[in-house]
Design a protein around this ligand. Structure first.
Ligand SMILES: [Zn+2]
Length: 319
């Protein structure tokens, strides 16, 4: 069963009762009430999440700060005619109220985001902040942007994250960087990188063509929806339009990601030049190289001890 987003109906209209209390929760916070107190108020009023659970402060904040709550798309651009629970301006003020977590996470680059996964449940680890330090952690609840996905979108959309794995970000990134560098020192590293890059360039070409086709499909469906027809038929086409729009969005995201790879200046030359490049390369280029080499980094549970070896916790799937 696809899940509904709090404040909205399955078809994306406002769910008036939920929208009203979410809006009041935001107003109370903006008026200076503590987030924990507002969360208690929401629960005391008998409101529950779409899963039927009491609200936790973290989940409530995430819901209020979701672009969709303010009628924005993932890039922060207003969606024409989208229903809103709070205005983008209110959302911005709300974000500024919780600098403790989100701001720090926003400001830091998490180069392994999307690459590091939980060694227990295989969910993507999310950038986070704990005890004054950046960490990657298995989410304790399903991230909101996955709630709308139909279950057919894969195992991840069906199962729940375990929430039990987290790792200090610097420790993880350094350990991965060491392994990537060691891999670069293999005799055929440069040739292999070049062939990986050629693969990426070929995929960029395919994606661009695919995106054009999907976009023209969106246009056709969009035109069909506007013509008169029986309600049942229209529902089917609206559903197809939604799926096709998501397909287009996903393809564009992947294209941006791959283009970033092909744009970086990668090292050529012998081992010494490689090491020199690695040491002096901007973080962004090192990141691209890491992404080129690595498919996934699986992070296992930590062992207690004074100086645990981070390498014992990570398993790398090389491309
Ligand atoms: Zn997990």
């Amino acid at each position: 069963m696809p899940r509904r987003t709090a404040g909205f109906t399955m078809s994306g209209d406002l769910e008036p009762g939920e929208a009203a209390y979410l809006r009041e929760a935001a107003c109370r916070m903006l008026a200076g009430e503590r987030q924990a107190d507002v969360t208690r108020w929401v629960n005391a009023e008998g409101h529950r999440t779409t899963l039927g659970n009491p609200w936790r402060e973290e989940v409530l904040m995430r819901t209020l700060l979701r672009p969709r709550t303010a009628g924005l798309d993932a890039e922060g651009q207003p969606i024409d005619g989208a229903p809103i629970i709070i205005t983008p301006e209110e959302q911005k003020q709300l974000k500024a109220l919780s600098p403790g977590r989100s701001e720090q996470v926003d400001e830091r680059e998490y180069p392994l985001g999307g690459t590091a996964v939980c060694g227990k449940c295989a969910w993507e680890l999310i950038p986070s902040w704990a005890a004054g330090k950046p960490i990657y952690r298995c989410p304790s609840a399903k991230p909101d942007d996955l709630l709308d996905l139909p279950a057919a979108d894969g195992e991840a959309a069906r199962s729940q994250p375990c929430g039990s794995i987290s790792m200090n970000a610097l420790m993880l990134e350094d350990a991965v960087a060491e392994r990537v560098l060691a891999e670069l020192l293999q005799p055929d590293a440069v040739e292999r990188l070049e062939s990986l890059l050629a693969d990426v360039e070929a995929e960029v070409g395919r994606l661009k063509k695919g995106i054009k086709q999907v976009e023209s499909r969106v246009k056709r469906l969009d035109a069909m929806v506007r013509t008169p027809m029986p309600e049942e038929a229209r529902e089917g086409i609206v559903g197809a339009l939604k799926v096709t729009r998501k397909e287009a969005r996903d393809a564009r995201t992947r294209l941006r990601f791959l283009e970033q790879m092909t744009a970086a200046e990668l090292p050529y030359g012998d081992v010494d030049e490689l090491i020199a490049w690695w040491r002096s390369a901007p973080a962004a280029s090192r990141r691209v190289l890491t992404l080129l080499e690595i498919e996934k980094v699986r992070v296992g549970p930590g062992r207690r001890g004074r100086n645990p070896d981070p390498h014992e916790r990570i398993t790398i799937d090389w491309r």
